[in-house]
Write a protein that binds this ligand. Structure first.
Ligand SMILES: Nc1nc2c(ncn2[C@@H]2O[C@H](COP(=O)(O)OP(=O)(O)OP(=O)(O)O)[C@@H](O)[C@H]2O)c(=O)[nH]1
Length: 357
């Protein structure tokens, strides 16, 4: 792979901050990108072909991201590969390790990549995905994490690299762990994160909400959450609730496109500009003409549901394809008008933050 090939695949043309994804062959990089950003079913990744050239996935959320996957065989000793150019303007390096395979070679490869990355960009976040943990028992997962963390940090210390920002995540495309890990990676790159968390804390405190998330509806990455403890089952319930809400909205959405011959609705157009990337699931295509037209988004999605244990789930779409998802106890339900009143303030604050951000 030449430097031209590397840079010809969108590096430099895409919105920042960028995330670079690397790792040995068959580690699971393409599968992660396909499942996260292209809605591929995890089982279908079995048939993915090996990546031979860099590929970029762009997704637009509170801020815009480009995730670039580099092929497993990239070699930084090749004079044509310019590590400075790859890493200098990227926010995070995700390194994917196949935990079901012998990982000693992967650790050596990771170490040399960290050295190149940190030399080019000392503030880069190194995110190690200990991947495919669905095939390991709970004990083995923790052992693998402990062993990999120990080996990687020892080697960095030996090289005098003490200030490297490095995190380790146990991941699998077969459960929600990959979404949680990616959320953590993305959150570190959002400059307004502390403000978003503060806003969510204030909203929870004043509205009887136990837990609140700000989700990107398209990718199900959570952009921020309040400071109360987070457990995976809660996160899973929220992502399932988003899926159900979007599906239900599809069923009952109104086609707001102007009828043929009628004048274009200017509001529909301006809505479309704002939400173009995130209108999946907001309106159904009922067009009967030959060429499918882009569908302007309908009303923002929203729904409330009560679980069998009495917990209330509440979802409201906010700006930029983001959704606020809250969990409340049933005692908060009589105060739902207050909750919704406070959420309107939250939405205003979010709009202002987005406009000035
Ligand atoms: N069990 C399990 N298998 C996975 C997981 N993620 C990916 N795989 C499988 O791993 C294999 C390799 O995945 P790829 O996504 O092609 O790996 P890659 O790192 O992109 O490989 P190259 O393109 O060769 O660099 C596929 O058969 C996937 O189905 C996971 O979380 N668990």
């Amino acid at each position: 792979m030449s430097a031209e090939e590397l840079h010809g695949h969108g590096f430099g043309a895409n919105p920042s901050p960028r995330i670079v994804m690397m790792g040995l062959r068959r580690g699971g990089k393409s599968s992660i990108c396909q499942v996260m950003f292209h809605n591929m079913q995890p089982l279908d990744t079995l048939y993915i072909e090996s990546t031979t050239a860099p590929t970029t996935s762009v997704f637009s959320s509170f801020i815009d991201f480009a995730v670039m996957e580099l092929p497993g065989q990239i070699n930084f000793t090749d004079a044509m590969i310019d590590a400075e150019r790859i890493f200098s303007s990227c926010g995070a390096l995700i390194y994917v390790i196949d935990s079901q395979d012998e990982y000693i070679n992967a650790l050596a490869n990771l170490h040399s990549i960290i050295i190149h990355a940190v030399n080019a960009n000392p503030t880069i976040n190194i995110e190690v995905f200990i991947h495919k943990v669905d095939g390991l028992s709970e004990d083995f997962r923790l052992d693998a994490q402990r062993d990999i963390t120990q080996r990687v940090t020892d080697e960095l210390l030996d090289d005098g690299l003490v200030n490297v920002s490095i995190s380790f995540h146990l991941t699998s495309i077969f459960d929600h762990s990959i979404y949680e890990a990616f959320s953590r990676v993305v959150q570190k790159l959002i400059p307004q994160l502390a403000t978003l968390e503060n806003l969510l804390n204030v909203l929870c405190q004043h509205s009887g909400i136990d837990k609140a998330f700000l989700f990107d509806i398209g990718s199900k990455i959570f952009v921020a959450t309040d400071s109360s403890p987070l457990d995976i089952p809660t996160y899973e319930i929220c992502t399932d609730f988003i899926d159900i809400t979007v599906d239900m909205n599809n069923l009952y959405a109104v086609d707001r496109r102007p009828k043929s011959g009628s004048r274009t609705d200017p509001n529909a157009n301006s809505n479309n500009n704002n939400n173009n990337n995130h209108n999946n699931g907001i309106a159904v295509n009922q067009n009967t003409t030959d060429r499918p037209e882009p569908i302007p988004p309908g009303r923002p999605i929203g729904s409330t549901s009560r679980l069998s244990n009495g917990v209330i789930l509440y979802l409201q779409q906010m700006v930029k394809g983001l959704a606020l998802v809250c969990l409340m106890r049933k005692e908060s339900m009589p105060k739902i008008a207050l909750v919704e009143y406070n959420i309107e303030f939250f939405r205003d604050a979010l709009e202002q933050l987005w406009l000035i951000g």
